[in-house]
Design a protein around this ligand. Sequence first.
Ligand SMILES: [Zn+2]
Length: 178
Amino acid sequence: MAVMKVKLYGSEILRKKVAQLEKLPDHFETLIADMYETMNEEKGIGLSANQVGLDMSFFIVDFGLYDEKYGRQIFINPEILEMEGETLDEEGCLSLPGINEKVKRADRIRIKYKDANFTDRDEEYFDYLSRVIQHEFDHLNGIVFTDRISALKRSFIKNKLAALETEAKEIEAEETAA
Ligand SMILES: [Zn+2]
């Protein structure tokens, strides 16, 4: 297993609507294992494929970090069918280290997706789990959580965002040169 590089705010792939999967990608189990290792290393509860540079519609979560009765789960080609209610809570993101902001989210969602066996699922989630899913689902559509705060609040963190963008560009330039 290997820890992967998490793409920072400013990376192009975080602004892309990623491609739907027709089938499970090759070496999917290894990929997922690496993604979980990356997520655990960074103490995250969710990670989307484009956060590790993959143009693929899926994300992983480890709900066990929130409540032991839940576990790890993979959401492929997710589609949110229903959203209801409103909650406000703090979020962070492995692609935006050092930034935490309160974000409005729906309280209840109904989501359709394929699981790790590429089997269709249709489930409801509430509260914090629903929040994590909405955050990851946003990633697959090129949206990051700071897009969902007010312009005023965003102006308070504009230096942090600009610094991340610069860092992301530098990393990409190094990778291209290598
Ligand atoms: Zn995130």
